[in-house]
Every structure is written in C-alpha cells, then in structure tokens.
Write a protein that binds this ligand. Structure first.
Ligand code: NAD
Ligand code: MG
Length: 391
C-alpha cells in the first residue's frame, strides 16, 4: 500500500486530493493530514481515511483537535514543530498544499527522505526554487508539479529534450475583474475580486487571479521548476481556461494541453505518475466549446506581470521578497487597508526598499536565509501599506 500524507488537507487542493484517495480505498495508507482552524473537517477526514496523525497549524487548537479525535487512536499534533515531525514520517507520496510561505518548511523537510513531493504550494518555488530543486536532487527525491499550468507543461515535455524548447506559454483566465473598465479597478472590493469565472479555489488564490499575482508567481515557478530562461516564458489571457499551457519547440511546433478546469486532473496526474489512470473529470467537447480565445495581457491592468519579469531576471532573494510582499499586500487588501490596485505598488515599493538593504541577486545559502528575508520583507511591506493609508 502506498503511504500518503496531505499537507493543507482541509483546503481546496487538499480536499480534491482526499476525494481522489477516498475513491480507491485499500490502495493508500494515509499517514498525516494537516490543516489550520477547521478542526471539525480535519478530524472528520482523519477518521474517515484512518490517518495515523492529524496536525493543526495552530497550537491553541490542540485540545480541540484531541477532543475531536478522542477514541479513534489517531494522534494529534499542533504547530510548526508538529508539521515538521509529520513531514519526517515515512511516506511514498506527499501533497504540499498549505497556502503561502508556511508551506515551504514542511515540503523542504519531506524531500530529505527521498519522497515524491506533489507540489501545489507554488510559494515554495518562488521563494526558494534553487534550494528546493537542489534538496530534491541531493536526496533522490522527486518533485511533481500540481499547479494546472505546470502539470500541463510537464506533460507537454514527456519524452522531449529541454534544449529543443523555444518557449513556454502559461494561460491565464484574466480573473474575476477581467472585463471591468481599467478606471474601476481601484474600487474593486474583496467580494468583487474573490469571485472566479472558471475555477473554484481558495479565497487568496482567487484574488491573486484577479490581480494576476497568481500568474506572476506561476511565471517565476516555471523558471525555477523547468530551468528555463525568463525571456522564453510568457503569459497569455485565455478566458475559457481550457488550454492550460503550451510548449513551443525549435521546429515551430506548439504543444497545448487541454482539459476541464478541475484541479483533480493535475492532482491525479501527480498521484498516478508516471501512469495515467481514470479520473473523475469532465471531458472536453470541442464542438460544444466552439471558440477558444487568446490575447495579450495589458500590463496597466496587471502590473504584477511586469514585476514578475523583474524578479525572474534578478533571481537570488527577489522571489522571496516578492512573495512576502505580495502575501502582505493581500492581507492589507483583505483587511480593507489598501485598494485592489495598491497591491502591486506595495510589492514594488518593498522590492525597492529591500534592494537598498541587501544584495537581492545573492543566492540564499539555506532556508534560514530565505525565511529571514521573508520576515524583513513583510515588515517593509506593512510600512508601505501604512504609508499608503496615511497618504
Ligand atoms: P486553501 O486556502 O483552500 O487551503 C490552504 C490549506 O493550508 C488549508 O488546509 C489551511 O488549513 C492550511 N494553512 C493555512 N495557513 C497555514 C499555516 N500558516 N500553516 C499551516 N497550514 C496552513 O488554499 P488552496 O487554494 O488549496 O491552495 C493551496 C496551495 O495550492 C497554494 O499554494 C496555492 O497557490 C496552490 N494552488 C491552488 C490551486 C487551487 O485550485 N486551489 C491551484 C494551483 C495551485
Ligand atoms: Mg495555476
């Protein structure tokens, strides 16, 4: 039986992963499930799937988790150390689906044991791509992309030689505010930005889709995971979200990956890789869809894309600063402290402020370095938010 752990099990990706696991009872032994504040869901899933251990990120919720697991024989844990301990438990396949920079340390730790890490947590690659890839190589671990675009690229590259790749195109829906007039964007509320036309996802990533900070992260993720030069990577708007990514080759061929907008495809591909198995996803009927549109993104509407290009070219700590500032700016927007279009300004201001304090181009020597810069950047980003509030 394959031993499986799911980090971020109570989230959108986590729940889709558990859905696939629950469809094949007897094939998997569930080792660890982790979550946050949703103790009821975490305990119910741990019981249903017979997990060895359930961990909440929050130490003050441990008693509640213990009570919810009483009589089941399932161990309960809480806090960062318990997440790391869960990552140390032997598993053949681990889903990394915690949201944000908090997902970095447990995933990084799991690689040490030579496991297969299904990586949904794109923040890991954006903040510490070279470290993560090197850690996997050093321990013979495998990282499989779970972001739909990166799973699509990965599938497009099966049997191909990277030296024949001319470009990689990731598609973007354009998010919930795609058709808003440019002048109206500064007034967009959390509810406006939190509704996605095609994908059903967590709140943070949905707002990041509207601002295209999500796509910006994915461009950086592409560079780090596939080792492609920034100038070969581009984003194109594709409102239907049917084509997830395209790989262009030196002979002019463009290989596209098409599929329904359902994360269980990318999750299932990573779960069964290198095999393909039946998946409960809708099939595409091209005649019914009839039209697939593509157009270039307007950088005034999506300034995050311009910032991503600068980050890819700078390398070093830039990704870590970018991610921390972007997470903080989103917190500021969610709290009603800054407007929707201010988020990019906060990130740009943070990158500027940090570049006068540290040499951004320096490669981080370890995870501690990355986390330290992450903390510094969050402080600078909050300062940038305050400046905007009082302005
Ligand atoms: P979500 O908000 O629905 O779930 C996040 C999970 O992380 C939950 O289990 C939550 O309890 C846990 N968590 C939150 N804060 C934590 C902390 N500080 N420490 C430990 N655990 C914490 O998010 P999601 O949409 O499932 O996204 C998860 C990851 O997958 C993100 O990195 C996201 O960018 C990526 N991703 C998501 C989708 C999608 O369709 N939802 C697609 C591609 C990539
Ligand atoms: Mg994606």
């Amino acid at each position: 039986m394959r031993r499986i752990s799911v980090f971020g099990a109570t989230g959108s990706i986590g729940q889709n992963t558990l859905d696939l696991i629950a469809r094949a009872p007897g094939e998997y032994r569930v080792v660890a499930l982790t979550g946050g504040a949703n103790i009821v869901q975490l305990a119910a899933d741990a019981r249903r799937l017979g997990a060895e251990v359930a961990v909440t990120a929050y130490p003050d919720r441990l008693d509640e988790l213990r009570a919810a697991l009483a009589g089941s024989g399932i161990e309960a844990g809480a806090g960062e150390a318990a997440l790391i301990e869960a990552a140390d438990r032997p598993a053949d396949w681990i889903m990394s689906a915690i949201v944000g920079a908090a997902g970095l340390a447990p995933g990084f730790r799991a690689l040490r044991h030579g496991t297969t890490l299904a990586l949904a947590n794109k923040e890991s690659l954006v903040t510490a791509g070279p470290l993560l890839m090197a850690e996997a190589r050093a321990h013979g671990a495998t990282i499989l992309p779970v972001d739909s675009e990166h799973s699509a690229i990965f599938q497009g590259l099966v049997g191909e030689d990277m030296s024949a790749v001319e470009k990689i195109i990731v598609t973007a829906s354009g998010g919930g505010l795609r058709d808003w007039p440019l002048e109206a964007l500064p007034m967009a509320t959390v509810a406006d930005a939190g509704a996605h036309p095609n994908w059903d996802m967590g709140q943070r990533i949905t707002i990041d889709s509207a601002s295209m900070f999500n796509k910006a992260m994915e461009l950086i993720e592409t560079k780090e995971f596939f080792g492609v030069a920034p100038e070969k990577i581009e984003a194109v708007i594709h409102p239907q979200s049917i084509v997830h990514a395209l790989v262009g080759f030196r002979d002019g061929a463009l290989m596209a990956h098409l599929g329904a907008p359902d994360m269980r495809h990318a999750i299932g591909y990573a779960l069964h890789w290198p095999e393909r198995r039946d998946l409960p996803v809708a099939r595409i009927d091209l005649a019914q869809i009839a039209t697939l549109e593509f157009y270039a993104p307007d950088l005034r509407r999506y300034p995050a894309l311009g910032l991503a290009r600068a980050v890819m070219e700078t390398g070093g700590f830039a990704g870590s600063v970018f991610n921390a500032a972007k997470e903080t700016a989103l917190d500021g927007f969610l709290a009603g402290r800054i407007g929707f279009m201010d988020m990019a300004g906060v990130v740009e201001g943070t990158l500027d402020a940090m570049s006068s304090e540290i040499r951004l181009t320096n490669p981080p020597s370890g995870l501690e370095d990355v986390l330290q810069v992450d903390q510094m950047a969050r402080t600078r980003a909050w300062a940038a938010i305050e400046t905007r509030e009082t302005a």
